[in-house]
Write a protein that binds this ligand. Structure first.
Ligand code: AFP
Length: 339
């Protein structure tokens, strides 16, 4: 793949060389269009009149930010008349979104977190959009929630946008991970990396250490050993980062290695984790695996887990294979809790 080609040229190449379906290429193109619009609103900051909170609480129990709602609407508008998706689901919507009557139903289900890292919006720190494309079950034209409850391995495509100094789009179609940067002058995403890779060894970890007392022992053991550095059993020093936005922390892991953890913790034993499986964990897990990393709940591969509900939460430990496998070993020595 030649660096410098546009997203459109990349998608045409994928259709020509790898039988990418025209409709799936279209879904990605529509998502890229939505990302450009969201990037514009994000870039306006306080001038755009979309900072701050709405007076709504979403199904997650979180206060909805104005930009959460704006980004959600932009993505819906960019896909609902394309005839390429059959239905959509989002972190910001309680139930699935069926297309307006009369609109053609396509072959794909689109799930997304329109703006991940919402608590960073008003302070101009990292935020992004995470998306995942699933096959719509054959013959289904009015999808139900149960049609979305597919294991992450079924994903046809997964990706994210990061609205940073540059607006970037990172994508996998199951043949490695590619990265594009938005050239604002011409409004095109330009291919800048054609095979992101996570080294097996890691030296950087991302976790919210304020939850230490709520972690399960395997995580406490792993992080304690990271803190011990060369004086401990790992025999090497680690660095720590925590961006408060999974999309930013995972982009760092995909870009320079390391591990991201949002493990199950005991603040609310009924919740198996904080991050949502369908539109946070699954897409990032596919990207991590496609980049040579591992993505686990601590006890099993994230992509093998069958979701029970649309907004199901699960533990997420992903990145450098050696690091994730070490944690899985620690969990194997720890009694099973009810998932
Ligand atoms: P928000 O979108 O509500 O800011 O949550 C972001 C997130 O789901 C994920 O992107 C972060 O990694 C994680 O929450 C941060 O959670 P803590 O605030 O508990 O560190």
């Amino acid at each position: 793949m030649r660096h410098g080609i546009t997203l459109s040229a990349f998608l045409q190449q994928e259709q020509r060389l790898h039988d990418l379906s025209a409709d799936l290429a279209g879904v990605i193109d529509d998502m890229a269009r939505a990302i450009k619009q969201i990037a514009h609103h994000v870039s306006l900051g306080a001038l755009g009149g979309v900072l701050g909170n709405t007076d709504a609480i979403n199904i997650q129990g979180e206060v909805q930010k104005k930009l959460d709602v704006e980004a959600n609407d932009i993505i819906l508008r960019c896909h609902e008349t394309s005839g390429r998706v059959a239905a959509m689901a989002s972190e910001e919507m309680d139930s699935i979104y069926l297309l307006p009557i009369g609109e053609r139903r396509g072959d794909y289900l689109l799930v997304f977190d329109p703006l991940d890292g919402s608590t960073n919006i008003d302070i101009n720190l990292s935020i992004g959009t995470i998306f995942s494309v699933l096959p719509c079950p054959r013959g289904v034209t009015e999808p139900r929630e149960s049609d979305f409850l597919q294991p992450g391995r079924n994903q046809c495509c997964a990706g994210y946008a990061l609205y940073g100094q540059a607006t970037i789009l990172v994508l996998t179609l199951g043949r490695g991970v590619v990265s594009f940067t938005l050239d604002r002058a011409v409004g095109e995403f330009i291919l800048v990396q054609d095979s992101l890779h996570i080294d097996t060894e890691g030296h950087e970890y991302a976790i919210n250490t304020s939850n230490w007392r709520f972690w399960e022992p395997p995580i406490q053991r792993y992080i304690e050993e990271c803190h011990a550095g060369t004086t401990g059993p790992r025999g090497k020093n680690f660095n720590m980062r925590w961006m408060g936005a999974m999309v930013a922390d995972c982009h760092r892991v995909l870009s320079r290695g390391g591990i991201f953890l949002y493990p199950r913790d005991l603040r609310d034993p009924t919740k198996p984790g904080k991050l949502r499986q369908l539109y946070e964990a699954n897409p990032m897990a596919l990207l991590a695996e496609q980049a040579g990393g591992v993505a686990s709940t601590g006890r099993q591969a994230i992509l093998d887990l069958l979701p029970k509900t649309l907004h199901q939460r699960i533990p997420v430990i992903l990145g450098a294979s050696e690091e994730v496998r070490l944690i899985e070993n620690y969990y194997r020595d720890h009694p099973i809790h009810p998932e």
